[in-house]
Design a protein around this ligand. Structure first.
Ligand code: ZN
Ligand code: ZN
Length: 422
């Protein structure tokens, strides 16, 4: 297989890249930046891409960086990494742990910041893969596009890069690929065709009653009673309206009304979060929210229709089956037959598919393990995975550097060459 020979040829230089990659990873880990504030990270990325001969564009969609390496005729492969960290106080005890604090975009008090989702690992793997592919350019032909995206955690960085003209900047793309480090054994990969990460939507619902004195309810429309009825009725959406075989979540995460025991409030606000694996389930959930809220407002005799505002929306990550089969084949050829493990079902969300859809390319997004394999095996044997293994966004989450870094780098190289060396 031509791709396979090319992969081993390109990866022959991996040993020389490992040293600077590990140093860079520790440096990024110690200097995390919040969403839309990834200035230092973007600077390091742009500098390294420039040295590797990429055409570099900075400030794409805010702090995004794009590197393009044109290497003759052939397909265009887009590889994406996200760069942002989280407002989390790191508690890993690592010598390179973060003690950074920062003020969130939009103001407020300073918060601790940590790479609790592993995006520093994503950046380091992609810079390593970019370097290796650039150094080994005689083994492939086509165009390599590397996208370093800001603000994944706030689910608006990918959309911002598309809105800022990413598609025009990079031209036609044949395939878009990306990966996320996960609490799976380091050295292993997991890829699924079809839905891999859930779509997420938040809805802010405002219902309007008529305020008044607590002693005279007959002259009011009480939005607290109304909101309570809505919360309970919404619990029937997943249990009574959605196919039991379809994953779906509907959570009322926030509810606010009133100021004082003896005042009936004017209005109530509910914040609802939904997760779905298909557009039909998503549409059904949103329609049910609208129908139930509107009907409960009518039942309460509200003087005014409710308001609905959508926010913090993440698209479905729906892996192309052919692309996923091709990357899986490349992974096993590069890393061995047993490198793939069955992935857990994830109802978390990602905005990677906004980039892929924005450049009109089929895509696949896979997981790579970051947990020490021995620790993982021990916890699995004792059925203590859920309690013992820190997951993404935990203050104790940090991948072991190796073999996580080598595996993530190799996966990107092998996947890219499945098209570029074909
Ligand atoms: Zn995250
Ligand atoms: Zn993440």
């Amino acid at each position: 297989m031509a791709e396979c020979a090319a992969t081993f040829a390109v990866l022959a230089a991996a040993g020389q890249a490992r040293g600077w990659q590990e140093d860079l990873y520790r440096d990024l880990h110690q200097h995390p930046e919040l969403s839309n504030q990834e200035h230092r990270t973007a600077g390091l990325v742009a500098d390294r891409l420039g040295r590797d001969g990429f055409e570099v564009s900075t400030g794409v969609g805010g702090t995004g960086v794009v590197g393009v390496l044109r290497n003759g005729t052939g397909p265009t492969v887009l590889l994406r990494a996200d760069m942002d960290a989280l407002p989390v106080k790191e508690d890993t005890g690592l010598p390179y742990a973060s003690s950074v604090t920062a003020t969130p975009t939009g103001g407020g008090d300073a918060v601790p910041v940590a790479h609790a989702c592993g995006h520093d690992m994503h950046v380091t793997c992609l810079l390593g893969a970019a370097h290796l592919l650039a150094a080994g350019e005689k083994h492939w032909s086509g165009t390599l596009v590397t996208v370093f995206q800001p603000a994944e955690e706030t689910v608006n960085g990918a959309g911002a890069m598309i809105a800022d003209g990413l598609a025009d900047l990079v031209g036609p793309v044949d395939v878009a690929l990306g990966q996320h480090v996960a609490p799976l054994p380091a050295g292993r990969l997991a890829a699924v065709p079809g839905p891999a990460f859930a779509a997420a939507d938040c809805v802010r619902v405002t219902v309007y009653g008529r305020g008044g004195h607590a002693s005279m309810p007959q002259s009011t429309v009480d939005p607290v009673v109304l909101a309570a009825a809505i919360v309970l009725r919404l619990q029937t959406v997943v249990s009574r309206e959605i196919d039991p075989g379809e994953p779906a979540v509907l959570t009322v995460g926030s509810i606010h009304a009133g100021t004082k025991a003896n005042i009936i409030a004017e209005q109530a606000e509910l914040q609802i979060n939904i997760r779905s694996y298909s557009e039909s389930v998503r549409t059904a959930l949103l329609a049910a929210i609208r129908r139930i809220v509107t009907a409960e407002c009518a039942a309460s005799n509200c003087p005014r229709e409710p308001d609905f505002e959508m926010f913090d929306q993440a698209p479905l990550t729906d892996n192309d089956p052919e692309v996923t089969a091709r990357v899986t084949e490349a992974f096993t050829a590069a890393l061995g037959e047993d490198v793939m493990i069955a992935p857990p079902r994830v109802l978390g969300s990602e905005d990677f598919s906004d980039i892929a859809n924005g450049v009109h390319a089929p895509y696949s997004y896979w997981l790579f393990g970051g947990t020490d394999p021995q620790t993982y095996l021990r916890a699995a044997a004792e059925d203590r995975l859920a309690g013992d293994i820190p997951v993404n966004h935990s203050p104790r989450f940090a991948p072991v550097i190796q073999p996580t870094l080598d595996t993530g780098t190799t996966a990107l190289v092998a996947a890219a060459l499945a098209w570029l060396a074909g």
